[in-house]
Design a protein around this ligand. Structure first.
Ligand SMILES: Cc1cc2nc3c(=O)[nH]c(=O)nc-3n(C[C@H](O)[C@H](O)[C@H](O)COP(=O)(O)O)c2cc1C
Length: 202
């Protein structure tokens, strides 16, 4: 059996800043990945790299940085929850985008079916078991098999928190409007924007 070897793609030079600046134009939502550690303590980190992957089997993924101190805790737990943040959870996101400290101070949460913390005001929650971890350069690609979803009565009918060009934003059009929504970046770009700029994502 022959193995296809693609031709080497032509490249033009670019630096990390150009990579960050270009990729920051891809607008995403934001999620907080949470897990319960063996000692019962909750762990969590904000990510924009969350994505759905597969319907059958039901898979999602996110990309933790190799430098993350929270990822090893989530990995050791072997199961986690994805908390999709709502537009009114910018401060919560900032709280989960720092290293160290008790990120759960003042945060209202309950245990999911798999034990992972479900943040009360999240737009939606997706419970997973860690299915695989793949290499991804200076990040990892964590694949989660979905084991439980927010019950319909708990789904919030509100707008998502957005992240675009290193600033938080929200939809200015109703999410139910079929025409393309525009993103309005928030006027406050302080601490967590700086922290976002210092990490390796866009
Ligand atoms: C909007 C936003 C998105 C982020 N997305 C990711 C991500 O996809 N992967 C990642 O490793 N870190 C991401 N971070 C950074 C982590 O939240 C942060 O580095 C981490 O929580 C640091 O703490 P830790 O050392 O406890 O992991 C993001 C931060 C912000 C503000």
């Amino acid at each position: 059996m022959s193995i296809y070897t693609p031709p080497t793609a032509p490249t033009t030079p670019f630096d990390d800043a150009a990579m960050r600046d270009t990729l920051s134009r891809f607008c995403t939502g934001v999620a907080v990945i949470t897990a319960i550690q063996a000692d019962g303590q909750p762990a969590g980190m904000a990510v924009q790299s969350f994505s759905s992957v597969s319907l059958d089997p039901p898979l999602v993924c996110f990309c933790p940085a190799g430098t993350s101190t929270t990822w090893p805790r989530i990995s050791a737990a072997g199961r986690f929850a994805v908390n999709v943040l709502a537009a009114d959870q910018e401060e919560l996101c900032r709280q989960f985008a720092v290293t160290g400290g008790d990120k759960f101070t003042g945060v209202d949460w309950r245990s999911g079916v798999n034990g992972a913390p479900l943040l009360t005001a999240a737009l939606a929650t997706i419970e997973c078991e860690l299915a695989d971890v793949l290499p991804g350069g200076d990040h990892l690609i964590a694949l989660g098999r979905v084991t439980a979803l927010t019950p319909p009565e708990r789904l919030r009918e509100t707008s998502p928190l957005l992240y675009f060009r290193r600033a938080y934003g929200r939809l200015t059009a109703s999410p139910s409007t079929p025409s393309a929504p525009s993103a309005a970046t928030s006027s406050s770009k302080s601490a967590s924007i700086a922290s976002a700029r210092s990490r390796s994502e866009a």
